[in-house]
Design a protein around this ligand. Structure first.
Ligand code: ATP
Ligand code: MG
Ligand code: MG
Ligand code: MG
Length: 439
């Protein structure tokens, strides 16, 4: 992409309404625009990051054997009357009437709708196990929308639902979700710690939240520092192997890690003092097992191999995709702007032309641009007639991991400058070598 033809409305001023770094930087970098409290347009740069996160979520869900689909944002109230949640959900639910006077709602989550889909089409144990998911906009009329996309009212969420014959199978689905979530966050350059949680309005027995450590997080967290050393890395995972998947979950849930809601002083005090950590965290996902809470009242039953009709065991599992954009920035920025982890960056590298209009410099930038694209990389070429300082400031603000600076002086010696956004270190090298380095 050439910056002269892109739409990147960066702001010079720091917006007064933004209290935390990610919100400030997303506004300044032209990633989002607020349209109403907690409701945002995703401008091209923000949209690109959102799509990258969405793709990572899809890839890891499909890898775990979960099936993508899409449900609507609007739901009929009657489904929620069946589960009893239409009245229970309260003010966070946005209720709407259509022209025929029928009650609709903008879905805050989809347990009822997915249970309805299941009961309409599945009737036998032979069709289990089954996990369906979608990534769709949700609406919750939060009392205090704040921190930009971190607590929006309209937000983008992956929610998945497992249907299993019994508790043991459902627990395998639960574990599969835990592991696939750990992989997802790791690919985004984040460490999200699973913490035993309270079940809240979705209801249930087993539940873990995933928290990213950050000073601006809304939850207080207590953990054993041992857990921050865990990494999945390139580990091959066989999601059909119950023991293997359960083993990874045990590894990640054995060191103490809880939020203030479930914190247990006595257990915490038993950890050696130097490993006892208190911090704040951002909730970026949650998994639940809730058994037959919806399948019973809504009649989602299957016939077993002995001909018995039993309600299915279910769980639901969510990742806050739009919140993650903010969480990643909270964990990756400095005073000059964002520092994207390689796995989620909107463009792989920026090209800065120090002398726009100089035939040789322009030609070198064009060659570099083509060479990066030929490698399957996506460069952002700052080809505007701007001062070098302004171009650098924009690149620092939008946080691409690499900047390639091209100017007449370097070209005379056959080199360009490759700069790492994270370390600030620069190196002069031939353009082909710079491309090879980013490969
Ligand atoms: P919170 O405690 O922050 O209100 P929640 O526990 O109500 O979140 P869940 O029902 O567990 O949220 O939804 C799954 C995920 O969706 C959360 O872990 C979070 O990452 C994301 N999420 C929830 N509410 C919002 C929101 N208002 N804005 C952005 N993301 C959200
Ligand atoms: Mg909430
Ligand atoms: Mg919560
Ligand atoms: Mg939650």
């Amino acid at each position: 992409m050439r910056l002269s033809r892109y739409f990147l409305p960066v702001l010079k001023e720091t917006p007064a309404e933004a209290q935390i770094a990610s919100h400030r930087l997303m506004l300044r970098a032209g990633m989002i625009k607020q349209q109403a409290a907690g409701i945002y347009s995703w401008l091209p740069l923000g949209f690109k990051v959102l799509r990258r996160l969405e793709n990572i979520v899809h890839e890891e869900q499909v890898r775990a054997g979960h099936i993508p689909m899409l449900m609507p944002t609007l739901q009929p109230a009657d489904l929620w009357r069946e589960s009893g949640r239409y009245d229970d959900y309260g003010e966070e639910m946005l209720r709407i009437k259509d022209r025929g006077g029928r009650d609709l709602l903008y879905g805050p989550t989809n347990e009822e709708m997915i249970t309805d889909i299941f009961r309409s089409h599945v009737g036998s144990y032979k069709d289990l196990p089954l996990t369906l998911y979608h990534i769709q906009w949700k609406f919750r009329d939060e009392i205090r929308p704040r921190f930009g996309v971190m607590r929006g009212r309209e937000f983008f969420m992956k929610d998945g639902y497992n249907f299993d014959l019994d508790y043991e199978n459902a627990m395998h689905a639960y574990n599969r979700h835990m592991v696939s979530y750990l992989r997802t966050y790791e690919r985004m350059g984040l460490q999200a710690i699973p913490m035993r949680a309270d079940s809240g309005p979705i209801g249930g027995d087993d539940t873990h939240e995933f928290l990213v450590l950050a000073e601006t997080g809304e939850s207080e967290v207590f953990y054993d520092s041992e857990i921050t050393g865990l990494k999945l890395g390139d580990r091959e995972i066989d999601y059909d192997n119950w023991d293997e998947v359960a083993g990874i979950c045990t590894e990640w849930t054995t060191p103490y890690a809880r939020t203030d809601e479930t914190h247990d002083e006595a257990l915490f005090d038993a950890i050696p003092e130097e490993r006892r950590k208190t911090s704040r965290g951002i909730e970026v996902g949650q998994i639940f097992y809730f058994g037959t809470k919806y399948s019973e009242p809504m009649g989602a039953v299957v016939t077993t191999d002995t001909g018995e009709r039993v309600p299915v065991h279910m769980g639901s599992h969510g990742i806050g995709v739009s919140r993650l954009v903010g969480a990643i920035i909270e964990a990756n920025h400095d005073e000059n702007g964002i520092i994207w982890p390689e796995g989620v960056t909107p463009f792989h590298a920026g090209i800065v032309n120090l002398r726009q209009g100089d035939a040789e410099t322009d030609a070198a930038c064009e060659r570099l641009y083509a060479a990066l694209e030929a490698e399957g990389l996506e460069p952002l070429y700052d080809d505007r007639e701007e001062r070098a300082g302004a171009k650098f400031a924009t690149m620092d603000l939008i946080g691409l991991p690499w900047r390639i600076t091209v100017g007449p002086r370097g070209l005379k010696n056959g080199v360009v400058e490759l700069t790492s956004r994270r370390t600030g270190e620069s190196e002069e090298l031939a353009p082909e070598l710079a491309v090879a380095r980013l490969r």
